[in-house]
Design a protein. Structure first.
Length: 191
């Protein structure tokens, strides 16, 4: 199994996240921007697996600590449930806690295994296939831009309407269909 080497910043971020810190707090401790950690989580397979294993270890530690106190907690809850002087709301909360514990999901059986065969770290280049370069901020290739040219100059909203009505364009022909020429709209039909 190959050894994964992390940078100092990645190690600090992993330790902070595994200890329960948020991404922003982990970024502050590691001295990087929080988007950098988000990119590591998304794109760095080794970082993803190390983070998964660290969170699993933390969960097991908390579970082991809770198991040490489990019998004492159950005895206290049993005492609350059987005490007739305890308020109904306290007994209800104790009952709900027991139901929650009994129905909670069991953590996974083992850590996430590292399979180097499943991970392609460096893509193999095939000269017969065109390589696509992905840009983070513009993932789709840009289509060729087609310039649209006007046959006549653009009419400003506050200019006189070309139909000859002596009104501003915005008050006269601006909202009329574009297929109707402005001068044809003002000219009465012959006859």
């Amino acid at each position: 199994m190959p050894e994964i080497v992390f940078s100092t910043e990645q190690t600090l971020a992993l330790d902070a996240i595994a200890a329960g810190a948020s991404l922003t707090q982990a970024a502050d401790q590691a001295g990087v921007h929080r988007n950098t950690i988000a990119n590591w989580r998304r794109a760095n397979i080794g970082f993803q697996l190390a983070l998964c294993n660290a969170q699993y270890d933390r969960t097991l530690l908390f579970r082991e600590n809770a198991e040490e106190l489990l019998q004492l907690a159950l005895d206290n809850i049993r005492g609350i449930l059987t005490d007739p002087k305890a308020s109904p709301s306290v007994r209800l909360k104790a009952s709900l806690a027991i139901v929650n514990i009994a129905t909670s999901q069991v953590p996974p059986q083992k850590k996430h295994p590292w399979q180097i065969e499943d991970t392609l770290l460096v893509p193999k280049r095939n000269p017969s296939v065109e390589q696509t370069v992905h840009n983070l901020h513009n993932p789709t290739p840009a289509a060729p831009v087609q310039t649209i040219r006007r046959e006549e100059p653009k009419i400003g909203r506050n200019e006189a309407c070309p139909c000859g009505s002596n009104l501003k364009y915005k008050r006269c022909c601006l909202n009329k269909p574009h297929g109707t020429p402005a001068s044809a709209a003002a000219t009465p039909p012959p006859g």
